[in-house]
Write a protein that binds this ligand. Structure first.
Ligand code: AHG
Ligand code: MN
Ligand code: MN
Length: 337
């Protein structure tokens, strides 16, 4: 019988055998996984756990918070604040950074998260998830929001947990992408796929088509060409999927390829896009690159963007490499040199 490898064993081997991660980072990842397990249980209970519906409050981006947005945020904070591995946390659901309270020891890592991605899908029983990104705190005794403003290329770990028909944790520490499925009877995540690879070509795109009239020319050109199918310039038919949970759309792309776009649009001309750079785009971009895909904002690699703000937004094109390159070329051709 093939041996089953738990997340704990996988991380211990990464630390001890391969020397790929320090012990404090291993602890951090185990704690995040435990928090995700707890969130998964709440998601599963749904109406029985009284976790559905609105919380009646707004977050810093002016979005109505769902009960589960707040529950997931609290679970992640409570799980992570006492272990000694973190200096501070930042979240979509908190205006500023959350420093580890003085009563606990402080570690050298910074954790950023979107506690509940796909909030509009919570009440309708469609896949949602948690996205996270780990950075090292820069040297120095002080701790400030500025410490978080590092490019995505500086991440030391990133991942997500998707709460779907299965609960799956997907992780990178910079040596490829691994997937772990939650075994509810054992209560542990079990390695189910290593060395995840995204096919370079695809015939499947993901975009919110209802925004088409608001897009700019390069995105419109790309999607129109896909829609023309076999008779158009692409010479092949395309399929479309849009789950409205980035975590679930990215999971599909890591599993069978595809391209995901959330472009800038005219509804909010002063915002770079809808998605948040530091705890949505950066971790997803790194996972996708680690699996052989591409991730740009239409102009440049997402991981190279130097953030100016914690809740900064960004335009996103990610997935199968050749499609991301094509979209990025269309932007280059449309922008005068
Ligand atoms: P969140 O629930 O964390 O606010 O994120 C939702 C995001 C992303 O997951 C998804 O791809 C996108 O918003 C959906 O946007 P539309 O409602 O425009 O489809
Ligand atoms: Mn989100
Ligand atoms: Mn969210």
């Amino acid at each position: 019988m093939a041996k089953s490898i738990s997340l704990t064993r996988y991380l211990v081997e990464q630390q001890r055998v391969d020397g790929l991660i320090p012990s404090q980072l291993r602890l951090l990842l185990e704690v995040v996984a435990r928090a995700c397990k707890s969130i998964s249980h709440s998601v599963n209970k749904g109406a029985l756990g009284e976790v559905l519906g609105s919380a009646g409050s707004e977050n810093v981006q002016g979005e109505i918070q769902k009960k589960l947005d707040i529950i997931a945020n609290e679970v992640l904070i409570e799980a992570n604040e006492w272990g000694g591995h973190l200096a501070a946390m930042a979240s979509e659901e908190m205006d500023g950074i959350y420093q580890v309270p003085n009563r606990y020891p402080r570690g050298e890592y910074l954790l950023l998260f979107d506690p509940l991605d796909g909030s509009s899908n919570i009440d309708v029983n469609v896949s949602i998830g948690t996205i996270f990104s780990v950075l090292l705190k820069p040297e120095g005794p002080q701790l400030a929001e500025q410490d978080f403003l590092q490019a995505g290329s500086q991440q030391v770990a990133a991942g997500y947990c998707v709460y779907g028909p299965q609960t799956t944790l997907v992780l990178t520490v910079g040596h490829g992408v691994a997937m772990f499925t939650l075994d509810r009877e054992q209560g542990s995540f079990v390695l189910t796929q290593e060395d995840v690879r995204i096919p370079e070509d695809t015939q499947e795109f993901a975009i919110n088509m209802s925004n088409m009239r608001h897009w700019d020319a390069p995105t419109t050109r790309y999607i129109q060409e896909c829609l023309q199918g076999r008779d158009g310039p692409r010479g092949k038919d395309f399929n479309m999927r849009w789950i409205a949970s980035m975590v679930a759309d990215v999971h599909r792309i890591l599993t069978r390829g595809g391209v995901f776009l959330y472009p800038w649009d005219k509804r909010e001309p002063n915002q770079a896009g809808k998605l948040r750079l530091m705890y949505e785009a950066n971790p997803m971009a790194w996972l996708v690159e680690q699996a052989g895909g591409g991730a740009t904002n239409g102009h440049r690699r997402i991981l190279d963007i130097a953030p100016a703000q914690l809740h900064q937004r960004v335009s996103v094109v990610l997935g199968s490499k050749n499609e991301v390159e094509r979209v990025t070329q269309y932007y280059a051709q449309a922008t005068p040199a």
